[in-house]
Design a protein around this ligand. Structure first.
Ligand SMILES: O=C(O)[C@H](CS(=O)(=O)O)OP(=O)(O)O
Length: 254
């Protein structure tokens, strides 16, 4: 079993990807942390949209859906909530369906091959997402790919550090995993930029601090606080949104 790490979703355009691989998508600040917390709070589904318009349309289509997301960190007009993990952590989302669109994280899910298994990974569910990816890869005799959402196409320190952290977790749980240069690079970055250092140095941390979202950083930079592993379980035919669930009891269309 092999592990490859992509530091930017665009890299997927230049390699031969396999639909059989298990893709862990990381957007530490904040999309994949937020998704994990939504399920932690009881959400039934999170529907990931690629654009604001797609999200608005999907929100209007089904009454009762909660429309969430951001455009340049702000809650867009017409949306119920933004993309704050700290805010969702205070909400009872039992059985709710949420539509989520964000600048980088939800798009990174779409950058992976259609019909592939995609898991939302972050520091917050690190241990659990590594275990889930390994179980799926073993069951399917496939490889694992970690895809960093990055930041508007640019390298993101916190996503890469988290990729290194997940790589360490994967190697601990499955020492026979074959790794490549990208894994050595990500682990070195994690060792030099653990969460406490990311808080100080990562640009996204600075941006969130400037916006008064310090509480979000506590969630985004906390390790192994959840066993929830959001998984793409299909595509909503009418809207094209990716449906995520946890537990993924509906693994029928992939
Ligand atoms: O909501 C976020 O934190 C970001 C937006 S920005 O990059 O901080 O402007 O979106 P995400 O897709 O979660 O990275």
């Amino acid at each position: 079993m092999q592990l490859r790490i992509y530091f930017n979703p665009a890299e997927l355009n230049f390699v031969e990807t396999s639909v059989e691989d298990i893709y862990i998508v990381i957007d530490v600040m904040r999309a994949t942390t937020t998704m994990t917390i939504m399920f932690e709070q009881g959400a039934r589904h999170v529907l990931a949209a690629q654009t604001l318009d797609q999200a608005l349309e999907a929100g209007q289509k089904v009454p009762g859906r909660i429309l969430c997301g951001e455009y340049h960190t702000e809650t867009p007009p017409g949306f119920d909530f933004g993309n704050s993990p700290a805010q969702f952590a205070q909400m009872d989302l039992a059985n709710q369906e949420l539509v989520l669109t964000t600048s980088n994280g939800t798009r990174a899910l779409f950058a992976c091959p259609n019909d592939s298994i995609r898991l939302a990974g972050c520091f917050y569910n690190g241990n659990a997402v590594a275990a889930a990816a390994l179980a799926l890869a073993q069951e399917r005799h496939s490889n694992i790919a970690i895809v960093c959402a990055a930041e508007y196409g640019y390298f993101a320190l916190e996503d890469t550090a988290c990729a290194g952290y997940l790589a360490q977790e994967l190697l601990q749980q499955y020492p026979d995993l074959a790794i490549h240069d990208s894994t050595h690079g990500a682990i070195t970055i994690y060792e030099n930029y653990p969460p406490a250092t990311l808080l100080e140095k990562a640009r996204s941390s600075q941006d969130l601090l400037a916006l008064g979202q310090k509480k979000d950083l506590e969630y985004c930079l906390s390790k192994n606080s959840s066993t929830c592993v959001p998984m793409v379980t299909g595509v909503e035919a009418e809207t094209g949104l990716l449906r995520l669930a946890y537990p993924a009891t509906e693994l029928v269309s992939i």
